[in-house]
Write a protein that binds this ligand. Structure first.
Ligand SMILES: Nc1ncnc2c1ncn2[C@@H]1O[C@H](COP(=O)(O)OP(=O)(O)OP(=O)(O)O)[C@@H](O)[C@H]1O
Ligand SMILES: [Mg+2]
Length: 250
């Protein structure tokens, strides 16, 4: 099974360093690890650095990867649409990335299965330029999932989705991770989703790793005050699920 570790990873844009000293011993496969932190903290930059889209100091260490284009897949935060393609064509294109152009029947089945799982099969032959923001985000998710990567980096994949879709998508990704043993890193601003879906959490603040560990130990009123400058309580509901109640800015 693939493993991923980060050793003092950093990144700059031009001469400005926006990320430094991110070290993670070994990312857990089969479960979701959250990347959280304020706007402009460096979360998307960290994803781009791990995906090899930008370079910088430190090491991104992979072992036992099958290799090729299916090792790491990065689902960006902004889902720019190539308006010329239909939804189906764009997912097919994503699935063929780096593997030649011959299309096999099983790949078409796979695309159908993903369209169904995300409940967007009705959009298959619509142009990408004609979709709503949430629909575009679901297509972007389909493009990432169809490649069956060993390591999936998802940058706020539910930010444009309604509440039902958010829960549906996070349930689906959790199940997929568990069944396939994928390593999933997911940037989320909804910290209640993090409490519910992510076993481990890494906090990025001001371009550095502020904390990391099991979600229960990382998401505390103290962390919320320090990193997000809000005064908040963490309560446990009658079913034992922990949730955050924000009382105001700190
Ligand atoms: N292409 C770029 N060129 C120059 N600076 C950039 C570029 N992309 C991001 N930055 C800067 O790098 C810093 C980190 O940005 P990044 O996108 O990683 O933040 P983030 O944690 O993902 O924030 P958000 O929660 O708003 O998505 C910010 O100060 C941002 O302005
Ligand atoms: Mg970002």
């Amino acid at each position: 099974m693939v493993t991923l570790a980060l050793r003092q990873v950093g990144a700059s844009y031009g001469r400005t360093t926006v990320l430094s000293n991110v070290s993670i011993d070994m990312l857990q496969s089969g479960s979701l690890t959250a990347i959280i932190g304020p706007n402009a903290a460096g979360k998307s930059t960290l994803f781009k650095r791990i995906a090899g889209l930008i370079s910088g100091p430190g090491l991104v260490q992979l072992s036992n990867a099958a290799g090729g284009d299916r090792t790491i897949c990065y689902m960006p935060q902004d889902t720019g649409a190539n308006a010329v393609l239909t939804v189906y064509e764009s997912i097919l294109l994503a699935s063929k990335q780096g593997s030649g152009w011959r299309v096999h029947d099983d790949e078409l089945f796979e695309i159908d299965a993903i369209l169904k799982a995300l409940r967007i099969e009705n959009l298959a032959f619509r142009g990408l330029g004609e979709l709503s923001g949430g629909q575009r985000q679901l297509v972007s998710l389909a493009q990432a999932l169809v490649r069956k990567p060993e390591i999936l980096l998802m940058d706020e994949p539910t930010s444009a989705l309604d509440l039902h879709r958010q829960v549906e998508v996070l349930d689906f990704i959790s199940r997929l991770a568990r069944e396939s043993g994928m390593i999933v890193l997911i940037a989320l601003h909804d910290l209640n989703h993090v409490l519910r879906y992510c076993e481990n959490t890494i906090v990025i603040a001001d371009g550095e790793m502020a904390m990391s560990g099991s979600t229960a130990t990382v998401i505390t009123p103290e962390m919320l005050r320090e990193v997000y400058r809000v005064s908040a309580r963490i309560e446990t509901c009658s079913r034992g699920q922990r949730f955050i109640l924000v009382d105001g800015t700190a």
